[in-house]
Design a protein around this ligand. Structure first.
Ligand code: MGD
Ligand code: MGD
Ligand code: MO
Length: 700
């Protein structure tokens, strides 16, 4: 509903209103666990700032319009621009909550096919794209992401993730803190590799600070030791894996001494870690945002899977495993014959590669503001706030002002949607049915739960599914979008069936032969057991074999080798990273008083030596400047940062004019992405590199 942990909730209703949300103790998967964000669901539903009627922007501000008018105008303008300038002149940006329920996910998939543009952008290129790319290149499908079997592993190596704050990501694991404590209680170990001593690092057995972007170097060093000391034991998977010798030859080039400076980790520590990992009864390396949105995200994501594989930990209990989801998107896509792809085409301005039919969000602003043939002239945003979430948000914001037309499908008038000509408001939370179609594909146990809508949405809003499908139909009716007949048929069938019956169909087709009726009998959800070995059957490579050394990833090693021998960080500069916080959800839950009250969340964490060198003290203010912008931030001096690295949460910056977020504006903060740089990407795949080089000075 709003988070990847997919906790079960118990809801108090009074006269058709939700009054309280608590953890559902009878949920077999989440066992009563929730975090503060769940309690804020009613705040969002009842938020006076929430948009409750379609809005049209004019010179004098926003005013309500009817749905009929709004849909006709949106479809008419988009169709006209596509007819005049080509279908790719209309861009789409899908935000993170697209993955928060089956209705939005299925609706968005249909909408994208119908609108027929190549100018598709989403939050994945500021998130997990490199991990999906590694899965696609090695295993044949972008959604075949290996999940750490936290409940059974003996050794969890965490790179660039902070599940105690994020509740776990690409690892649906409600109550992750209790799961990690259980891991340690049964004698297992947790090691966290992160430039910051995070909440998770504090719970762990060991914290190893790493230089930002140093993970691929570290992983090569670990693999080197594994091969050099004869610790490679891929086991069962070797029979259907290609490239073991080749990986060994690569790893031999990277002894710990060579990679140590770039990782910022001593060679001996790398050796020890490799021996412990390979020697553990079971072990799993798990990486998340910190290894994704960085200079070598693709390489690091690949090498994580490789390390798990060569140590015998891929597809075995306690290692990195694959789910058996009750409604299986991988199988559905295979049936629809859409295997996906990488770099089949590129962006107009910089030629950044397509992945799975999408272009990197780091290129969205320049695709709008660079004149010339093929320019993006209109934009549809769905459940996204790219002004606060994509690199160089300031440039994107200026670019949005140059669009001929923009429509946003969202709950709020925020930093992004305020630029729209039309905002189409949607149902939220318990106003709609819920099945975690995407998240059960990534969960640490197989599970399923369906929750029907509990209350009626406000009369002026519609469900995501309806807005997306109705807009798609109206667009085609006006001569816009893809002209393919099959899409018209698909839309009509989908409208006739509705998301509920489509989901039922997916469940019936699925490996557990469930149905909505069956799930209705278990309102707390059903446990479908621990993860089981799924390979080679689950592979989607043409020959059903694992490609341990995909060519394109191997080809990117030269770039890393250049950096290994490159100069150390410039003196006087700091590397600024992001961080997540339990009481915050990307950019969009700061209008809940209960989440933002108390200790200010928006602070710059900086090491005591770096603070002293600049005359900064806790409680003071700093001015932080990068190539693209400057912001002011409150300072929090803390030795949890490694020297040379600072940390600031993203998703803040609610002081922009024209937004309607009363509470958030009173806790505005500033946007980290006014500093991050659209020119800084993982050159392999165009994913944003959110480690930004900054100067920090005391504010005067
Ligand atoms: N510097 C830096 N930047 C980052 C990150 C980082 O770590 N550092 N993290 C990145 C990551 S991982 C992500 S996923 C992105 C997120 O980037 P986005 O997805 O662009 O932004 P969100 O902040 O998640 O905004 C979600 C939007 O959807 C709306 N919304 C919420 N629920 C619904 C719904 O059910 N339906 C509809 N239609 N709208 C809804 C909200 O009002 C809000 O406008 O940010 C990225 N940006
Ligand atoms: N409460 C809350 N929960 C959330 C979200 C939220 O905003 N709030 N957002 C959700 C979303 S969209 C996502 S994608 C997930 C993300 O989930 P996580 O990845 O677990 O979340 P982060 O806190 O961003 O953790 C990233 C860590 O990477 C570290 N890091 C940065 N650069 C590097 C590097 O180069 N190497 C290494 N090794 N580490 C590095 C950072 O210091 C940080 O601790 O969380 C989800 N859950
Ligand atoms: Mo994300």
């Amino acid at each position: 509903m709003l988070c990847e942990a997919a906790c079960g909730i118990a809801v108090d209703l009074e006269g058709g209103r939700v009054t309280q949300v608590r953890g559902d103790r009878d949920d077999p998967f989440s066992r009563g666990h929730v975090c503060p964000k769940a309690a804020a669901i009613p705040d969002v539903m009842a938020d006076p700032d929430r948009i409750r009627e379609p809005l049209r922007r004019s010179e004098t501000g926003f005013a309500s319009v009817s749905w009929k008018e709004a849909l006709a105008e949106a479809a008419g303008r988009l169709a006209e621009i596509q007819r005049r300038h080509g279908r790719d002149a209309v861009a789409v940006y899908l935000g993170n909550p697209t993955a928060h329920g089956h209705e939005a996910l299925l609706g968005a998939a249909l909408f994208l096919r119908a609108i027929g543009t190549r100018a598709r952008f989403s939050a994945q290129s500021v998130d997990q794209l490199p991990q999906s790319l590694a899965a696609f290149e090695m295993l044949g499908h972008a959604l075949l992401l290996p999940v750490p079997d936290v409940d059974r592993t003996a050794f969890l190596l965490v790179l660039g993730a902070n599940p105690l704050a994020s509740n776990g990501s690409l690892m649906t694991a409600p109550g992750i803190a209790a799961r990690l404590e259980a891991l340690r209680a049964r004698g297992g170990q947790v090691v966290v590799v992160d430039p910051r001593r995070t909440e998770t690092a504090r719970l762990a057995d060991r914290h190893i600070p790493i230089r930002p972007g140093g993970d691929a170097a570290l992983l090569l060093g670990l693999l080197n030791v594994v091969f050099a000391e004869g610790l490679a034991r891929p086991g069962r998977v070797a029979a259907f894996t290609d490239g073991l010798d080749r990986l060994e030859a690569i790893a031999r080039r990277f002894p710990p001494e060579r990679v140590a400076p770039r990782a910022g980790i001593a060679a001996d520590a790398i050796r020890d870690l490799a021996r412990e990992f390979a020697g553990a009864p079971s072990a799993v390396c798990y990486g998340r945002v910190g290894v994704s949105t960085q200079e070598f995200g693709g390489l690091a994501s690949w090498l994580i899977v490789a390390l798990n594989l060569v140590t015998g930990n891929l597809d075995r209990p306690g290692g990195a495993m694959f789910t058996t989801p009750a409604a299986d998107l991988v199988a559905l896509q295979a049936r629809l014959g859409s295997p996906g792809g990488f770099a089949r085409y590129g962006t107009r301005v910089r030629g950044l590669p397509e992945f799975a039919g999408e272009l990197p969000a780091a290129a969205l602003a320049e695709e709008i503001d660079t004149p010339g043939e093929g320019r993006v002239r209109a934009l549809v945003t769905f459940a996204g706030n790219p002004v606060l979430s994509t690199p160089n948000g300031g440039r994107l914001e200026r670019a949005l002002g140059q669009l001929d037309f923009m429509v946003s499908i969202d709950l709020y008038r925020n930093e992004t949607t305020r630029h729209a000509h039309l905002i189409l408001p949607v149902a939220f939370g318990l106003e709609r049915a819920q099945y975690d179609l995407a998240l059960y594909a990534l969960s640490v146990r197989n599970a399923a739960r369906f929750a029907p809508a509990l209350v009626d949405p406000p009369p002026g809003v519609r469900r995501d599914w309806d807005v997306l499908t109705l807009l798609a139909i109206a667009l085609r009716r006006r001569g816009g979008g893809s002209r393919r007949r099959s899409i018209g048929v698909a839309l009509r069938v989908a409208r006739a069936l509705g998301p509920r019956r489509l989901l039922d169909f997916l469940l019936r087709l699925g490996p557990h032969h469930l149905s909505l009726a069956a799930l209705a009998r278990s309102p707390h959800g059903v446990d479908l057991g621990p993860l089981e070995p799924r390979l080679p059957g689950r592979l989607h490579t043409p020959d059903r074999r694992i490609r341990l050394v995909p060519e394109r990833l191997e080809g990117d090693l030269a770039r890393l080798e250049g950096a290994l021998d490159g100069p150390p960080p410039a003196p006087g500069r700091l590397v600024l990273l992001g961080r997540r916080q339990l009481r915050s959800n990307n950019s969009w839950m700061h209008n809940s008083e209960r989440l933002v009250k108390g200790r200010p969340a928006f602070t710059l964490l900086i090491h005591p030596d770096d603070a002293a060198a600049r005359g900064l003290t806790s409680g003071g203010e700093a001015v932080v400047t990068s190539r693209v912008g400057t912001i002011r931030v409150p300072v929090d001096v803390s030795d949890e940062m490694m020297p040379g690295v600072a940390s600031l949460p993203h998703g803040w910056g609610h002081a922009r004019p024209g937004i309607a977020l009363g509470v958030a504006s009173a806790h505005a903060g500033a946007s980290l992405n006014d500093l991050t740089d659209d020119e800084r990407i993982d050159a392999l795949c165009g994913t944003a590199d959110f480690a930004v080089d900054v100067a920090v000075e005391p504010a005067r």
